[in-house]
Design a protein around this ligand. Structure first.
Ligand code: PEP
Length: 251
């Protein structure tokens, strides 16, 4: 069955001192009842992998290039991230779609590169406030989902629904809004890839997940975990979110 995953996205935050937060997480979650992932900035991946070695916490990246190597100054390829110790990679985050003009086709190529290198892709989709208010949410989500995923769905795929208007704003989607999108994503995955792949895909919610709203979100239909930004920077905030998912995952 699919994995329940509590994933932290540190974004462009943290120098080596930030690794103390990872050490605290490792100490606090020796046997969590869910998968736990931290995606630090690329400069910290190798050091974070050292800190997390032998623990139950995995380390991921926040982006990768679609090519395995070549003349792409400043970019990092999926094999390089694997070499540094990453096991997962976030792709198509709305901040990259907005700041770097990333398209569904480009994200699909990156997803293929990640899978080829052995990384688990966490493919992000999400509507803007204007799109939600125009009643376009489900159309936007299914278009992004179809365009960003390769035809051969990777085993262990992770998809994160992150409404753009809820990221870093403190504004959380209601559980009804989350359920509507997550149910639609599961249906779209079933239609395209079949029920086995759809059932094996972990669907994360992201957007101002905090210790005080995590349990309610994890109890929502078709939510298999969270992608957490701001609240993943401090172990004291992220740890209760991991515990809430572990509790929600118990049979
Ligand atoms: C994110 O950027 O993936 C995110 C969900 O951020 P935050 O939790 O801070 O809203």
């Amino acid at each position: 069955m699919r994995q329940q995953l509590s994933a932290g996205n540190w974004k462009m935050n943290g120098t080596t001192a930030q690794l103390d937060e990872l050490r605290a997480l490792v100490a606090a979650h020796k046997a969590p009842g869910c998968a736990v992932l931290i995606c630090p900035p690329a400069t910290l991946i190798a050091a974070a992998a050292d800190v997390a070695r032998g623990s139950s916490i995995a380390i991921g990246a926040q982006d990768c290039h679609a090519a395995a190597s070549g003349a792409h100054t400043g970019d990092l390829s999926a094999p390089m991230l694997v070499d540094a110790g990453a096991t997962h990679v976030i792709l198509g985050h709305s901040e990259r779609r907005a700041d770097h003009g990333e398209t569904d086709a480009g994200i699909r190529a990156k997803t293929e590169a990640a899978v080829t290198a052995g990384l688990v892709p966490i493919v992000c989709v999400g509507e803007t406030l204007a799109q939600r208010e125009a009643g376009e949410t489900l159309k936007v989500i299914t278009t992004q989902l179809n365009g960003s995923l390769p035809d051969a769905a990777p085993a262990g795929l992770v998809v994160a629904y992150e409404p753009v208007w809820a990221i870093g704003t403190g504004r959380v989607a209601t559980t009804d809004q989350i359920a509507q999108v997550h149910d639609a994503m599961r249906a779209a995955l079933t239609e395209r890839f079949g029920v086995d792949v759809a059932d094996a895909t972990s669907l994360l919610y992201g957007g101002s997940v905090k210790p005080d709203n995590a349990a309610e979100i994890f109890a929502t239909s078709n939510v298999d975990g969270a992608l957490v930004g701001g609240a993943s920077l401090r172990a004291a905030d992220f740890s209760p979110i991991v515990t809430a998912l572990s509790d929600a995952s118990q049979p």
